[in-house]
Design a protein around this ligand. Structure first.
Ligand code: PMV
Length: 325
């Protein structure tokens, strides 16, 4: 039995986070320079059911059966094969590595789940479609976020820019004019679960106000989709700025993210907003050819790191398979 490897990329949400949980559309794109990677190696000396999991980045080395039932890695395996069958699994070692920063709005949890689900199902000889991988990773996302919208698992499973709305068939954005996004780490971890809960509390207390904010965010996503399809990238800047303002009103930005957004705009970025759950995490800024000034200014303003990502697509998705094939 060969070793099986699968990867899944990081992601950014270009427009629509939080509102997407309430049924509004949102746009997300993979970040191919960041990836979670899972290798499943058969252990020919082991007995059935002996599944070792090693995730060095989080200091984890454990037997599958030692993990709590609601541990996300165990839940990802259970999304491929039911727990009753764990004892019959072919012995193997699962190695998980990731260059996606955790708790940062870059989709680390969904990418690890998707790569693990894809590699492990391939190892068992049950190749899953992107849709099946996405659905299985969605089940694991519920453990992380409580009420995920489904956007993270969709973008990392399909590895393509998407226009996502709950209950509506997934739409892949074909990007005729690729564009560049600077991604800046605010230096404080985000907290998606807490942010989603805070927004929910606000919505319960003042549904009219929150509904208004959600629908304006949704209409920004719809306008951004039109601009992207026409290749009118300059139009995205003001839409990002307005989206950030609305996220501030939802209470999920931080003074640091606001400062970085302002800095990026003053340094020539076409627009900037937080990306992901917020309360920390990453800022994204749309840039033209002049990337150096905003890049430097973001670092001077206290960003822990900054990197550039090209948004283009569709991409060729990498699926699980015998190593080297
Ligand atoms: O923080 P992230 O990268 O997991 O993004 C969360 C996006 C939200 O819209 C806030 C939640 C969701 O499930 O869509």
């Amino acid at each position: 039995m060969p070793a099986f490897t699968a990867t899944a990329p990081g992601k950014i949400i270009l427009f629509g986070e939080h509102a997407v949980v309430y049924g509004e559309p949102a746009i997300a794109a993979p970040v191919q320079s960041l990836e979670a990677r899972v290798i499943v190696n058969p252990d020919i000396t082991g007995s059935p059911g002996e599944v070792q999991i090693e995730a060095q980045d989080i200091g984890l080395a454990a037997e599958l059966n030692q993990l709590e039932p609601d541990h996300p890695l165990r839940a990802a395996i259970a999304a491929v094969v039911s727990e009753e069958k764990f004892k019959d699994l072919p012995a193997c070692q699962i190695q998980i590595t990731s260059t996606i920063p955790i708790s940062s709005g870059l989709g680390s949890s969904a990418a690890i789940s998707a790569a693990l689900i894809r590699a492990f199902s391939a190892f068992l000889g049950q190749r899953m479609t992107n849709e099946q991988v996405s659905q299985a990773a969605f089940e694991v996302e519920k453990i992380h976020h409580g009420t995920p919208s489904g956007i993270d698992n969709s973008v990392v499973a399909f590895q393509q820019p998407i226009y996502y709305q709950k209950g509506v068939p997934l739409e892949f954005l074909s990007i005729s004019s690729p564009f560049s996004i600077l991604i800046a780490d605010s230096g404080s971890p985000g907290d998606t679960r807490k942010a989603v809960m805070a927004v929910k509390e606000g919505w319960v207390k003042d549904p009219d106000k929150y509904q208004g904010l959600f629908s304006e965010i949704g209409s920004i996503s719809a306008r951004a989709r039109e601009a992207i399809s026409r290749g009118e990238i300059n139009q995205l800047g003001p839409l990002m700025d307005r989206n950030h303002k609305l996220l501030q009103e939802l209470g999920v930005s931080t003074p640091k993210l606001d400062h970085l957004a302002q800095t990026a705009r003053e340094a020539g970025a076409l627009g900037a907003k937080l990306s992901g759950g917020g309360l920390g995490g990453h800022l994204i800024a749309l840039v033209n050819d002049q990337v150096e000034t905003p890049w430097e200014r973001l670092l001077e303003a206290g960003a822990a790191s900054v990197f550039l990502s090209a948004i283009s697509g569709p991409f060729q998705s990498e699926s699980g398979g015998p190593e080297g094939q």
